[in-house]
Design a protein around this ligand. Structure first.
Ligand SMILES: [Zn+2]
Length: 357
């Protein structure tokens, strides 16, 4: 087990580690507001740069005084580079990639836009991010050697250009944000090592694991192997990680921050996470430490117990399974909100338990 520092110094204060960052994709964690987030113990958020650049637009956010003022959220905010979204447009023929970056259309018929290292950094700074990610070139799980090599060459070149653009923009500014680069290389460990070493040489505050981290239910062994290359020297972020058991495994491999849509998306679909007992480091493992609860289940109709016995979230301390089942059945917005609050509190309690290891 590799455990690194217990806090991450950001310009919005010390972030206790490990930390799970819910995805506030469009400058909101769907169905809940910033006060709700605080009530669940969430300490930092991940915002999707391309989505907010499209709506409401970065000039609107800039005029509001940045993301924090716009969202009424005082804690650290991380932003992604947008590279992953644009990469997913490649397969649909809506994007092309070159050493300069991506050229893409957000949808068929939309105007062609460019995502370069320079625009990537400028957009994140404009949004007021506290933790920026460099543009990286993602690959799919079946990528062949030549594509993996190209992805590493592009990722290193783009990260260098991002570093330059970032340094040029924030020089002399007090309270500078953090800049992370993303390690690519697919399932080729030698290439991962080369990518990591070349990025370390350029110099970053931390690193993300790039690519498809998940193979079915299990975390890819490459996630742990990539962390081992860096030997705990830097904070590591698990992009898109993930399921509770994968957060546990990635933390034990050396990652300290995570972001994923799973707790919030599942909540909106009536899928809740319930601990099998009070969460503690010894009970957390590959399986068996939680059970899923479906709000669709007819068994909940007369179940007047809380979603989870012992959970201190705003949902469990006040409402029953029967009430949530009813709200979900009549499709009231309160069902999504209360389920999201519970699932986010589940993830907060999960990382709080891991912090005691
Ligand atoms: Zn709860």
């Amino acid at each position: 087990m590799m455990t690194g520092p217990r806090t991450l110094a950001t310009r919005r204060g010390e972030l206790a580690l490990p930390a799970f960052l819910p995805d506030a994709t469009r400058a909101v964690v769907r169905a809940v507001d910033s006060a709700d987030l605080e009530a669940t113990g969430v300490r930092a958020l991940m915002v999707n740069t391309l989505h907010i650049a499209s709506r409401p637009g970065l000039s609107v956010i800039k005029t509001a005084g940045g993301l924090h003022a716009f969202m009424g959220w005082p804690g650290p905010i991380a932003t992604d580079s947008g590279g992953f979204q644009v990469y997913s447009l490649l397969a649909a023929g809506l994007a092309t990639v070159s050493r300069q970056g991506f050229s893409y259309r957000a949808a068929r018929g939309a105007e062609r836009e460019r995502l370069t290292p320079e625009t990537c950094i400028a957009r994140q700074l404009r949004a007021g991010s506290d933790l920026l990610f460099c543009l990286d070139h993602c690959t799919g799980p079946d990528a062949e050697a030549a594509e993996l090599r190209e992805s590493v060459e592009n990722t290193v070149a783009w990260s260098r250009a991002c570093r330059r653009a970032f340094d040029g923009a924030v020089s002399g500014a007090s309270g500078r944000p953090l800049l992370y680069a993303v390690i690519q290389g697919g399932s080729d460990i030698a290439l991962r090592r080369e990518c990591a070493e070349r990025l370390v040489e350029i110099g970053f505050d931390g690193f993300g694991f790039g690519g498809w981290p998940l193979e079915g239910r299990r975390l890819s062994p490459m996630v742990a192997a990539t962390a081992a290359i860096l030997e705990g020297r830097f904070p590591l972020h698990g992009l898109g990680i993930g399921k509770p058991e994968n957060v546990v495994a990635a933390f034990r491999a050396g990652y300290s921050t995570f972001d994923c849509v799973i707790p919030t998306r599942d909540a909106r679909h009536g899928r809740l996470f319930v601990f099998a007992g009070p969460p503690s480091p010894s009970m957390l493992g590959e399986s068996g430490f939680y059970t899923p609860l479906s709000l669709e289940s007819p068994r909940l109709r007369r179940d007047n117990g809380p979603v989870e016995e012992g959970c201190d979230c705003p949902c469990c301390t006040r409402y029953s399974r029967a009430y949530l089942h009813h709200l979900y059945a009549v499709k009231d917005a309160a069902a999504a909100r209360l389920a999201t609050l519970h699932n986010l509190r589940f993830y907060s309690r999960l990382v709080e338990a891991l912090a005691r290891e």
